[in-house]
Design a protein around this ligand. Structure first.
Ligand code: NAX
Ligand code: ADP
Ligand code: K
Length: 517
């Protein structure tokens, strides 16, 4: 499912209107009608049906005028409040304003303190507020009278249906421009906007309902939009079908280099997650001294004990064997719980130099790459890097705040620069491909902010690549399954006590729920 910014939706509207000859007023009519549906649903069982519609001066306000007209036709009492002088309304919004003016809709113009008092009195006795102040055309901070208006709406504790975006949320990044309406429901028009799904905007949208307004699919296709929301359907499409006539070899061999003294748990979580995601076979090299614990904890994986230079760490003592196993594998991962050491840096250098297989680089492998940037030049096979913002800061030298405010751009630039797939983890994980492809994930919950949760993700990505899914798609599908597994776990144990191992246990059920098998 495509996601757009304000510039792209503007361009799309223009293409629909100028190239496909759909009059803008038709789109506005469709938008208004889509909102009317939701308003009617919301007030259906309410005794008090009075609807307040707060309209701004642009096309978002125009949608609001359409809503007013249709509600009036259905006998619903409506009051329209306008945040400026109606003489300044232009275009299609103007036409729709003129119609409701002709129809003698109860219109109030919001200016001055007394007016605001009246506004807050009137909304007290209403049933529902429609927020049509700003949509994708919001520029600069909201201040002055409109700031007061939004404050009053939020304090009213009434049900609020926002049109397109809660007013005050920036369509491009979900930031709050001074103040924003806290909606109960947001009727998103035509395509999702980044502001609807990125935090903090996502916290203001309430229930999100995406509605078609008649922009031709062809116009959307012609624009080759690069930002996608990961959906159930995408996961269904990419998960390999398990045919009856198959064996474990069909589902690939994974090789996970993970764990060291004190951090065997990371290895176990990654390995179990890879197997729970459907990988056919899994091998893990272990320092001899840790073999017993790994064998005891990992029932289904094959452990390969190796002599150790440094106790409890996989190094290059038997690099030939590691290289041979890598080349016999379909997917490799390195880093979870590996520890920071010269041994790991050397091991990574050897692995990157010698492998032609897809490789997932996580945790301490990312730290090694951050410490020795020249190793990044060695990435020749297809690689997936899975930094959280802290690791991304170390890899790029950028401030964490900057990364958090520019997650898509940072992930995408890195992916293009190093020709890798980047999974920038967090509350809205961004998966970026080397050709500018972007996937955003909305599954998951704050319960997953717990030690080991990222190790589980590495295992899922590796397990999916082993099954033959291309690294970019595997990364996108994996973050969705990871989040969905975390959501199932949170349903059972809540968010506070959720452990990474709870996520692993839910992987099969999440896949079953999504894929149906
Ligand atoms: N053809 C189209 O473009 C369509 C647009 N639609 C609606 O139109 C919206 C976009 O319309 P617009 O581009 O007119 O923009 P908006 O209606 O979102 O807002 C623009 C208006 O607000 C003013 N404004 C912006 N930031 C402000 C601030 N901080 N303080 C005070 N005033 C501010 C602008 O000067 C302008 O008058 C969409 O979100 C959607 O709801 C729909 O009607 C469908 C068709
Ligand atoms: N609030 C949240 N909502 C959704 N997912 C989250 C949230 N917090 C953390 N996660 C997910 O949990 C994982 C945490 O990974 P990471 O920080 O590497 O943990 P660790 O290093 O302990 O394994 C990431 O996949 C991240 O996207
Ligand atoms: K709005």
């Amino acid at each position: 499912m495509k996601v757009v910014n304000s510039e792209q939706i503007k361009q799309l509207d223009r293409i629909a209107i100028d190239e496909f000859l759909i009059p803008g007023i038709v789109l506005m009519e469709n938008a208004g009608l889509a909102v009317v549906d939701e308003v009617l649903k919301s007030i259906k069982d309410k005794e008090n049906k009075e609807v307040i519609i707060v309209c701004g001066m642009g096309n978002n306000g125009g949608d609001g005028f359409v809503v007013a007209r249709h509600l009036l036709n259905k006998g619903i009492p409506v009051k329209v409040f306008i945040t400026g002088n109606p003489a300044d309304i232009s275009g299609d919004a103007r036409k729709n304003y003129n119609i409701i003016h002709k129809l003698n809709v109860d219109i109030h113009i919001l200016v001055g303190v007394n007016n605001l008092k009246k506004f807050s009195e009137i909304i007290k006795s209403s049933s529902l507020i429609v927020d049509a102040i700003f949509g994708t055309g919001l520029k600069r901070e909201v201040d002055g009278l409109i700031k007061e208006v939004i404050h009053i709406i939020n304090n009213s504790k009434k049900e609020v249906i926002a049109i397109d975006l809660p007013s005050g949320i920036c369509a491009d990044d979900g930031s709050v421009c001074g103040i924003a309406v806290r909606a109960t429901k947001t009727v998103v028009l035509a395509l999702l906007k980044l502001g609807n799904i990125n935090y903090p905007g996502a916290d203001y949208v309430g229930e999100m309902i995406l509605k078609d307004i008649g922009i031709p699919n062809k116009a959307v296709e012609d624009m080759s939009l690069n930002i996608n929301l990961i959906t159930n359907n995408m996961v269904k499409e990419y998960m390999p079908v398990r045919k009856r006539d198959t064996h474990k070899g069909t589902y690939g061999k994974a090789y996970i280099v993970a764990g060291s003294t004190g951090m065997t748990g990371a290895a176990i979580l990654s390995c179990e997650a890879a197997l729970r995601s459907g990988a056919g076979l899994l091998k893990i090299p272990v320092p001899q001294s840790l073999n017993t614990i790994m064998e005891t904890r990992l029932t289904e994986a094959i452990t390969v004990p190796l002599p150790e230079f440094r106790k409890g760490v996989v190094g290059i003592s038997d690099i030939e064997k590691i290289i041979k196993t890598m080349e016999e594998s379909d997917a490799i991962a390195v880093g979870p719980g590996s520890g920071r050491s010269r041994e790991l840096e050397e091991l990574l250098r050897n692995m990157l130099e010698h492998t032609s297989k897809p490789i997932v680089l996580d945790a301490d492998a990312l730290n090694a790459l951050a410490d020795r940037k020249e190793l990044l030049e060695l990435i020749r096979s297809k690689a997936v890097m899975t930094p959280h913002e802290g690791e991304m800061a170390r890899l790029t030298g950028l401030e964490i705040d900057y990364i958090n405010n520019n997650r898509i751009e940072v992930a995408s630039e890195f992916a293009k620069k190093w020709n890798v797939v980047v999974v920038l983890k967090g509350a809205r994980t961004v998966v970026a491909g080397p050709k500018g492809e972007i996937y955003i994930n909305t599954t998951g919950n704050p319960g997953m902010a717990t030690a080991g949760s990222g190790d589980v993700l590495t295992g899922i990505i590796t397990g999916l690549i082993a099954q033959g899914i291309k690294p970019l798609n595997a990364a996108a599908v994996a973050v969705y399954i990871h989040g969905a597994s975390g959501d199932l776990a949170a349903q059972k144990v809540g968010e506070y006590g959720l452990l990474a191992s709870d996520i692993v246990k839910e992987i099969p059920f999440a896949i079953k729920e999504i894929v149906g098998r």
